[in-house]
Ligand binder design. Structure first.
Ligand code: TMP
Length: 392
């Protein structure tokens, strides 16, 4: 299945860069043998993660509290030694590790994007500015010893070479340690037809079955899973060295759910693509109707996911005047591919558009609450997950 030519989701650009913009074919595939759902053409990670990476984890209040709860949960349940050591793969601006850093717990974050890594370093977090792989694991062990916890959030699905991750984890994790990561969940994507989860950084959209298959080759067992409501529906995976932990019922429970939904069958993804086409048409029909009626429509939050929606549907500044976003590095630039102007959040607050398309639909509760004045002034939200609709 193909979503057509796509730019890099987080590559917000200046006008002068339009002519040299990088595109690739966004075409996911599914393997009925290993059950992996993944994009076939994978842009080189250096094109996506660098000193100008545009995604800062701490932009959402909800995510800050999510990471604090996560840190307390790991501290209570997975720290067993007196002198623990925690490794986070892809620590971004330190949103998770700051909890442990403040408590003086030995830690290191591995982060390839220098700009977000610097923000973490300024908070006092120890950061190794590189990609995580087998070599990085060897270096970390030399400096700090083995880890009690190796964790990652919205990162493992970004890394094309899962084998180097698995080998690194296998090498660096203490015998009784836990490798814990969370990523957007395939079952949610299928159930909500949230095709905007598919973009360059999401090389994989994992299911329980695909995680089991990928890591058992490296003698790492999936022993527990926990459903998360972040990023539009995620799953947290707990792995250990083979045969060191009993496999909990949670794994069986979600495997059954996956089977019932047919996430192990190719036909499910053919049906998914048909639903994506329907949603694309519904969104375009709505935006074109509003344009004919002379309504002003803007976008709210220039998320990475919005790049897939805008480019797949072919929505440009004829249909969407601008997109507002709170991240300074995105502001006064243009959206990847469709070149819609990105404006500051203040622009949206002072403006009075008739409609705002909610691209950060995964933060809907937080945003609807925060933006009461928009609806009080008569503004209406447009959402497209799970269905295209106007919220009065
Ligand atoms: P994400 O969906 O990939 O987490 O991207 C979040 C983007 O949305 C990020 O650029 C910040 C932006 N954003 C806003 O502009 N306003 C908001 O209220 C929230 C929660 C996010």
């Amino acid at each position: 299945m193909s979503f057509g030519n796509m730019p890099i989701a987080n590559a917000f650009l200046e006008k002068s860069q339009f002519s040299t913009e990088y595109f690739f074919e966004l075409a996911p595939g599914f393997c009925e043998t290993c059950n992996m759902f993944q994009i076939i053409e994978q842009p080189n990670p250096e094109i996506m993660f660098h000193e100008n990476y545009a995604f800062f984890s701490s932009t959402s209040k909800k995510m800050k509290s999510h990471f604090e709860t996560m840190a307390m949960h790991y501290e209570k349940n997975f720290i067993k030694s007196d002198d623990p050591f925690i490794v986070e793969i892809g620590c971004n601006d330190g949103i998770f590790l700051e909890y442990f850093s403040k408590k003086g717990v030995q830690h290191v974050g591995v982060e390839p994007s220098q700009n977000v890594a610097s923000v973490a370093q300024k908070k006092g977090i120890k950061v190794k500015n590189s990609f995580f792989n087998e070599e990085t694991a060897i270096e970390i062990k030399k400096s700090y010893g083995k880890a009690d916890i190796i964790c990652a959030s919205n990162v493992i699905c970004h890394i094309p070479d899962l084998h180097t991750i698995a080998r690194g984890v296998k090498y660096l994790l203490k015998d009784e340690g836990a490798f814990i990561f969370e990523d957007p969940y395939l079952l949610d994507m299928v159930e909500k037809t949230s095709y905007d989860q598919i973009y360059d950084e999401h090389v994989y959209i994992f299911s329980i079955q695909s995680v089991i298959n990928a890591f058992k080759q490296h003698e790492l067992d999936l022993f527990h899973v926990e459903k998360q409501d972040t990023h539009g529906g995620s799953m947290r995976y707990y792995l250990c060295h083979s045969n060191t932990q009993p496999i909990q019922d949670s794994v069986k429970h979600f495997l059954l759910k996956e089977k019932n939904k047919g996430t192990h069958l190719l036909g499910t993804y053919h049906a998914f693509k048909t639903l994506c086409e329907q949603k694309k048409n519904n969104l375009l029909i709505l935006l074109e109707k509003l344009k004919k009626e002379g309504k002003r429509v803007v976008g709210y939050a220039a998320t990475s996911k919005s790049t897939t929606v805008l480019n797949y549907c072919g929505i440009n500044s004829n249909l969407l005047e601008y997109i507002s976003d709170t991240t300074p590095i995105k502001q006064d630039k243009y959206s990847p591919g469709m070149h819609i102007p990105i404006k500051s959040y203040e622009t949206f607050q002072q403006d009075n558009p008739d409609y705002a398309v909610l691209f950060a639909w995964n933060h809907a509760t937080e945003i609807f609450e925060k933006e009461r004045s928009f609806t009080e002034k008569g503004g209406k939200w447009i959402v497209f997950v799970p269905e295209v609709e106007i919220i009065e």
